[in-house]
Ligand binder design. Structure first.
Ligand code: MG
Ligand code: MG
Length: 256
């Protein structure tokens, strides 16, 4: 059912298919998480995630995704100052890196989209703090996902938590509706004002994804035309889940 401003409301059955897609996506990310260590290539992580997804009769959503050119991989793997959309390849993870892994899975026509950041080997206390704050800000946003609340309540909760620690959120990259398409209405910015925007109702499925920069909110895109980095070279992190709005508590679809 298409509702206000192009938002697609899912039936309970459709939400359960998204839950299955989300679980497979979580399995792929869990596999990757366990492989992260100094010396492993980002291509090896990508291959493992694709194996998990395909072995569950599902399809990597990102592969071939339209952009400056079709996205070439299953994962985006973004390291340190790379905020999002890093392309896997021969690069090896190093001790002390912060790596952000994003993955999408399409199963029976529906998509689960989620991401995590973690340290490689031993990381600095400052980097650990960034990871903790970013993850917590995701849950601050999710807490707002209740029937009758508004998109701006999610945005404001994320921004408030992030800025409390002196970090920033990008202005050009947002969370989003997700379902049969990876990017559906509405956009869910990581900054905004509470009480503004679309009212949440049961059957809305959103990817909430705080992206956090230790420095300013400015970003730029590398010559590969996909990888987004912090303009000042500061460390970044990214956490994401796909969540359904229900009559009650928010229903996180992209967990194991
Ligand atoms: Mg994602
Ligand atoms: Mg997303």
């Amino acid at each position: 059912m298409v509702w206000e401003r192009g938002v697609v409301i899912k039936t309970t059955e459709e939400v359960e298919i998204m839950r299955q897609a989300g679980r497979i996506n979580a399995l792929a990310l869990d596999t990757v998480r366990k492989m992260v260590r100094p010396g492993i290539t980002t291509a090896a992580l990508d291959a493992a995630a694709e194996d998990v997804i395909r072995s569950h009769q599902a399809v990597p959503t990102f592969k071939g995704y339209p952009g400056p050119y079709p996205y070439p991989a299953t994962l985006t793997v973004s390291i340190n100052d790379e905020l999002v959309h890093g392309i896997p390849g021969k690069r090896e993870l190093k001790d002390g890196d912060v790596v952000s892994v994003d993955c999408g899975t399409t199963f029976n026509g529906f998509i689960g989209d989620s991401a995590f950041s973690m340290g490689v080997g031993e990381i600095s206390p400052e980097a650990q703090k960034l990871l903790d704050v970013t993850e917590k800000s995701l849950y601050e946003g999710i807490k707002q996902m209740r029937t009758g609340k508004r998109i701006g309540d999610i945005s404001a909760a994320i921004q408030k938590h992030v800025e409390k620690y002196g970090y920033n959120v990008p202005r050009e990259y947002s969370g989003h509706g997700v379902g049969r398409q990876m990017h559906e209405a509405p956009q869910v910015p990581n900054y905004g004002r509470s009480g503004r925007g679309l009212v949440l109702q049961p059957g809305m499925t959103l990817a909430i994804e705080p992206m956090v920069l230790m420095g300013t909110y400015r970003t730029r895109v590398l010559p590969d035309q996909w990888t987004v980095i912090s303009a000042d070279g500061a460390l970044t992190a990214h956490h994401e889940h796909t969540i359904a709005v229900t009559e009650g508590d928010p229903y996180i679809l992209t967990t194991l």
